[in-house]
Design a binder for this molecule. Structure first.
Ligand SMILES: [Zn+2]
Length: 207
């Protein structure tokens, strides 16, 4: 009996002192590693700088109707200077070279959404950033395609009549975030798109 008692104590201690190690990797790290593989041999699609998603170049003819964090907004709302629906059907451009990771209808309130990841390769603060273009009238690019900066990827829309036409545009430095809701109190992982683009017109390694 004593022996069994001793064994059970020993068993308890061994379990207690050596807990099974469960390593949960950061989804962002896992995803970035997968993107590293996809970008092998695709050097011409590594980002060399950023421009605005409308009015190439420099958002000419457009204004930002609702900037980042205004009313807890997670992006910028780009509108044509003509106002209303005057910008419907006008082109949306990829803000930099990258890989299209999503292009499709994301449902009510979002409409057509395009998501592009941009590899920065550790230049500056991030290995990757993501750009997201929402409420598109048309999508003119396919998921899985590598694209160059300034490529037309879609057109400005109103999410099936949900809004007056505009481009809801987000940028994130956490490339593993879900689509989200466009507004939130927690903006961890998001970038101020305008500030980011202005600070990264040219990325030093390639210029
Ligand atoms: Zn918006």
């Amino acid at each position: 009996m004593k022996y069994i008692y001793f064994l059970s104590i020993l068993f308890f201690i061994s379990c207690w002192s050596k807990p099974e190690e469960i390593i949960i990797e950061d989804p962002k790290v896992v995803l970035e590693r997968a993107y590293d593989t996809l970008f092998v041999g695709k050097e011409r699609y590594i980002s060399d700088g950023f421009d605005f998603p409308v009015g190439k170049p420099n958002a000419k003819g457009y204004y930002n109707a609702q900037g980042f964090l205004t009313n807890h907004h997670l992006g910028d709302d780009w509108n044509g200077l003509g106002g209303g629906d005057t910008d419907i059907g006008l082109p949306i451009y990829s803000v930099s070279h990258g890989l299209v990771t999503y292009a499709g209808d994301a449902g009510e309130g979002w409409g057509n959404v395009i998501r592009v990841v941009h590899k920065l390769e550790g230049q500056g603060f991030f290995n990757y950033v993501e750009s997201l273009y929402a409420h598109c009238d048309e999508i003119t690019i396919e998921e899985g395609k590598f694209i160059r900066k300034g490529t037309k990827i879609g057109t400005i829309g109103n999410a099936d009549g949900y809004y007056k036409a505009h481009l809801h545009f987000e940028m994130r430095h956490n490339v593993a975030l879900p689509l989200g809701g466009g507004y939130a109190y927690d903006y961890e992982g998001y970038l101020n798109p305008t500030l980011f683009i202005e600070a990264n017109r040219k990325i030093p390694m390639f210029n």
